[in-house]
Design a protein around this ligand. Structure first.
Ligand SMILES: NCCCC(=O)N[C@@H](Cc1c[nH]cn1)C(=O)O
Ligand code: ZN
Ligand code: ZN
Length: 509
């Protein structure tokens, strides 16, 4: 009996030791597995090439690729050529896609910049990502108030000043450098990478929707995920972006007398178009930010407790925000209200009045025809077609009550949809892991108050999941004077993209 007991005990011990050994092997394999990806070499490679990356950005920023100015079109074509050249040098299978031409206000037509697509790697065992970006820029002149020449990248205290540096040339280059780092170290690219780089983003991505539809069953057929890095962090903390607002942009034209009139001669006798216009514009939103157009607020998706908690956890300082924009008071005084009204509630902004007297001096004119321009940033579950009807009906009714003899014409000229992703999607898990590896912290999960109209088009047409992975700083001054990209964001952003490619490869789907 004693003998049997001893035998059983020793067998149990043996099994226990074998289990222990196996666990040790698994543990070692996990450790080795993690270390098997040569992040250190890749990051070191990036650190050794910082000046090359800054020089590449300098060359791109030097090109005045302003898509809003037809006289700069040759520069924009050159920018697209340079983008294609760079991708060819990386071994990409490059195509410059002709997307037609653009009609200018004077009736002439000019060619649109070609869209550059590229494919690097075609391994059917790997996931395929498509990086979308743009290399056109907003206008910029030194005399607009820039401290430096906007087209001469200038490094001041680690800030790389130049038009388009952050929006969106450095992020596009950072993606290319991430791929190049793998190639230079002779490492297998973890995923196949496609690029889609356009040159008309700043003026509404003219021609891109049609191209995406046309390429749905070719270029996009093997794409698994789309990545966009055309936005910034909210603070000094890295972020993943999961939503953008849409935009319904309106023109409200009020037409009265057949020509402009002298206010001394005719003031008091005619019903002035400008007075009508100001009246109807004032009916859109209350002083405390409440949209007065019936039906708009009711369409907004409810703000869940889970969402409230997410907003509460975000790193955001109201005082820094106030001082950045130079105001003493905001619409809301607490973080959750402020962020939610910036990202996930609609708002009305009045942009300008065409036909109004706006020069210096004191011209005493009664403008005969004025066009008010305003937009409504819209959010899920608002629908642009419904917003168009709600706004048009409402303005016509408000105008009708004025009993004015003038004519009102309301048109919606842009109806860009909002975009919203599921933060529980594996793409976001991958983003968290990559941020943690490079920055040793959890990213903030943020939304964007602005609009990237093409995001929802990508989702609707291709059915692929999208992530926005920003590397720009919160204070980069996009579209503004003294736009800049921090060296830190550019370089650590390149490392983030390197890690992200690895993390996406790990997605099991
Ligand atoms: N960085 C992300 C926002 C990009 C941007 O500025 N988009 C424009 C696009 C637009 C919308 N309606 C007209 N143009 C924006 O104003 O949000
Ligand atoms: Zn941009
Ligand atoms: Zn922009």
């Amino acid at each position: 009996m004693e003998c049997v007991k001893t035998l059983t005990t020793s067998r149990n011990n043996e099994r226990f030791h074998r289990q222990e050994e196996m666990l040790a092997v698994i543990f070692l394999a996990i450790i080795l597995g993690i270390n098997a990806h040569p992040f250190d070499e890749l990051h070191q490679y990036v650190d050794e090439h910082v000046e090359d990356y800054v020089q590449a950005l300098r060359e791109w920023v030097a090109v005045e690729s302003d898509s809003s100015d037809a006289t700069k079109r040759p520069d924009l074509h050159r920018m697209m050529d340079m983008t294609a050249e760079k991708l060819k040098n990386m071994g990409g299978e490059v195509e410059m896609v002709d997307i037609g031409s653009q009609e200018l206000p004077d009736g002439t037509t000019i060619p649109l910049p070609k869209v550059v697509t590229a494919q690097i790697g075609k391994d059917s065992n790997k996931h395929t990502v498509c990086i979308y970006g743009h290399v056109d820029v907003q206008p910029a002149k030194k005399e607009d108030g820039w401290a430096t020449d906007p087209y001469n990248l200038t490094d001041i205290d680690g800030k790389l000043y130049g038009r388009g540096s952050s929006d969106n040339k450095a992020p596009v280059l950072a993606w290319m450098h991430a791929v190049e780092a793998y190639q230079a170290l002779d490492l297998d690219l973890p995923v196949n990478v496609k690029f889609l780089i356009e040159g008309m983003e700043e003026t509404g991505s003219n021609g891109l929707d049609t191209m995406i539809v046309a390429k749905r069953d070719t270029f996009f057929s093997d794409v698994d995920y789309i990545i966009i890095s055309d936005c910034g962090w909210l603070s000094r903390k890295p972020a993943l972006t999961y939503g953008t607002r849409g935009n319904c942009y309106f023109f409200a034209e009020v037409e009265g007398p057949k020509q402009d009139l002298h206010s001394g001669v005719y003031g008091g006798t005619v019903i002035e178009p400008m007075t009508d216009l100001i009246g109807i514009l004032d009916s859109l939103i209350s002083p405390n930010g409440k949209i007065l157009v019936p039906g708009i607020r009711e369409a907004v998706a409810p703000f869940s407790d889970e969402e409230w908690k997410m907003y509460q956890d975000i790193d955001f300082n109201i005082e820094t925000f106030k001082s950045k924009i130079g105001v003493s008071q905001l619409m809301y005084n607490n973080k959750v209200d402020l962020l939610s009204h910036r990202w996930r509630h609609p708002t009305v902004s009045i942009h300008g009045i065409e036909g109004a007297f706006s020069a210096s001096g004191s011209k005493t004119v009664i403008p005969a025809k004025v066009t008010g321009k305003f937009s409504i940033r819209q959010v899920p579950d608002m629908d642009p077609a419904m917003v168009k009807k709600q706004v048009t009906d409402y303005l016509n009714s408000v105008f009708g009550k004025r009993k004015s003899p003038n004519k009102l014409k309301v048109t919606m000229i842009i109806g860009a949809k909002p975009w919203l992703a599921d933060t529980k999607h594996a793409l976001y898990e991958a983003g968290r892991a990559a941020v943690k590896r490079v920055f040793q912290m959890e990213p903030d999960l943020i939304r964007e108050g602005g609009t990237i109209p093409i995001a929802q088009t990508f989702q609707d047409v291709t059915g692929k999941s999208i992530i926005m992975l920003p590397i720009g700083g919160f204070d980069d001054g996009l579209h503004s004077q003294n736009e800049k990209m921090n060296r830190y964001n550019y370089i650590e952003g390149t490392k983030l993209f390197i890690s992200y490619l690895h993390e996406v490869a790990e997605i099991k789907e």
